[in-house]
Write a protein that binds this ligand. Structure first.
Ligand code: CMP
Length: 131
């Protein structure tokens, strides 16, 4: 999911280009905006964290571009491509190093397991939107 800061800054195209160049196939993609409530559902696993309310506000502050991506070893390879959560710790050449503004407004989200990728994919897309 490309986050509001990156969409607002006009970086969606460059990020999608990096994703495809890294060998990911785009199975589904759209531009949409979350309400704070829906952002809260998406990030429910973080609801006890001190940054949760700010995160829900930020994630509903503008358009996002969710995607379902396919590749061998996709979860691990995508996490390598996007870099560390905090852009200050992200490796050179990663999406977050190039485009993230802060640990919160960090340009992009990637699922942390195959199981969560299925859950998060179906949060945004029906089966008829996946090709
Ligand atoms: P993401 O990979 O989408 O998963 C949870 C998100 O919470 C994370 O990226 C950041 O946007 C945000 N986040 C994680 N840690 C912090 C933090 N310490 N302070 C503020 N936001 C955070």
């Amino acid at each position: 999911m490309i986050k509001p800061d990156a969409v607002q800054d006009g970086n969606s195209g460059a990020i999608i280009q990096m994703i495809e160049a890294a060998g990911f196939r785009i199975v589904a993609m759209k531009k949409t905006q979350l309400t704070a409530e829906r952002a809260g559902q998406f990030y429910a696993v973080h609801q006890e964290r001190p940054f949760y309310n700010d995160l829900c506000q930020y994630m509903s502050s503008g358009a996002i571009v969710p995607m379902i991506l396919e590749k061998e070893n996709a979860v691990a390879d995508f996490r390598t491509l996007i870099g560390a959560t905090n852009p200050a710790n992200a490796a050179d050449g990663t999406i977050r190093k190039l485009f993230a503004k802060s640990i919160e407004a960090n340009a992009i989200h990637g699922s942390d397991s195959d199981e969560n990728a299925l859950i998060e994919g179906s949060f945004f897309f029906s089966h008829t939107e996946q090709f």
